[in-house]
Every structure is written in structure tokens, then in C-alpha cells.
Design a protein around this ligand. Structure first.
Ligand code: TYD
Length: 151
């Protein structure tokens, strides 16, 4: 089975500092995740059967952690699709740019925390799937031309 490169998406296991009082997880930029954190947002109280996402970013890295409850994340790089289940506060999903994502199956208690490499910028969003595919194809073509130029 083909999978998307780990440079583009990967599950990251986080260390929990547990003692008799309970658990604590810390996430540090460039140590636990491969980017600097400019923004944090969280999604909660998602209504039964609702889905979110349905977009990609031109230039943004994100790290998703279900700090409570669980949800599914469908990922698509324009060629390969994968599905992940996020259900523990000690695991997260790293997503780089040009990845279409859709989140679903939120439990009613789900709190999905997202760390992002940049501030909110609507112009960085690609919200139409056909535009996403066009953007990916254009990007792949210009990468090939650049690689040829480098030889
Ligand atoms: P939206 O991008 O539709 O959320 P999702 O893709 O997860 O379904 O965002 C919902 C609203 O929140 C929209 O009006 C934009 C706003 N928003 C911000 O103001 N800042 C943010 O960091 C994010 C992610 C969204």
C-alpha cells in the first residue's frame, strides 16, 4: 500500500510526565514538532455527524492532538489518501502544506487542539478540492522543471 511521505504527514508520539497526581504533556517547537508555533486553536462541542476541515493550505504546518475524546482525520496529498484516528492526548498528527484534510466522527467530548506554524490567513486556504488538485499538479510540474534545471 502506498503511503504519503513522512515529510508531509506523520503521527508523533508525545511523552507524558506521569506521577501519582496524574499526567502532563508538553509540546516544544523544533523538539517535539518540526516547526515554530505561531498559533493555537481548538475545536470542541462539535455537533453529532458534523465534519470540519475540507481544505488545504498553500504554506502552513500544523499539529493536531485530541486532548480529549477522539476524531478521525482523512488526509489526501492529491494522489494518496490515508485515514488516521486520534484518540489519545499523547499522540498527534503532523500535517505539512498542500495536504487536503477532513475531520469527522468527533465524540461529543472531543477537544481537538491544533498548533500552527503561522497566524490565521484566509488567503493561505485552498477551499475547493478541484483547485487543490490543480495547485498540486502545478506545483509538481514546477518542481520537476526546477530539478531538471539543477542537473
Ligand atoms: P474554518 O476554517 O471554517 O474551520 P474548519 O476548517 O476547522 O472547519 O474556521 C471557522 C471560522 O473560524 C472561520 O470564520 C474562520 C475562523 N478562524 C479564525 O478566526 N482563526 C483561526 O485560527 C481559524 C482556524 C479559524
Amino acid at each position: 500500500m502506498e503511503v504519503i511521505s513522512q515529510m508531509k504527514i506523520k503521527k508523533i508520539e508525545l511523552k507524558s510526565h506521569g506521577d501519582k497526581r496524574g499526567q502532563l504533556v508538553s509540546i516544544e517547537q523544533f523538539k517535539d514538532i518540526p516547526f515554530s508555533i505561531k498559533r493555537v486553536y481548538y475545536i470542541y462541542d462539535t455537533k453529532d455527524g458534523e465534519t470540519r476541515g475540507h481544505h488545504a493550505h498553500k504554506s502552513l504546518e500544523q499539529f493536531l492532538v485530541c486532548v480529549k475524546g477522539s476524531c478521525k482525520v482523512k488526509i489526501d496529498d492529491g494522489n494518496i489518501q490515508e485515514e488516521f484516528n486520534l484518540s489519545r492526548p499523547t499522540e498527534g498528527l503532523y500535517i505539512s502544506d498542500l495536504i487536503w484534510r477532513e475531520m469527522s466522527d468527533f465524540t461529543s467530548d472531543c477537544v481537538l487542539m491544533v498548533l500552527a506554524s503561522n497566524v490565521y490567513d484566509e488567503s493561505d486556504y485552498i477551499r475547493k478540492y478541484s483547485s487543490f488538485l490543480e495547485y498540486v499538479n502545478k506545483n509538481q510540474r514546477s518542481n520537476k522543471i526546477n530539478q531538471k534545471g539543477a542537473i
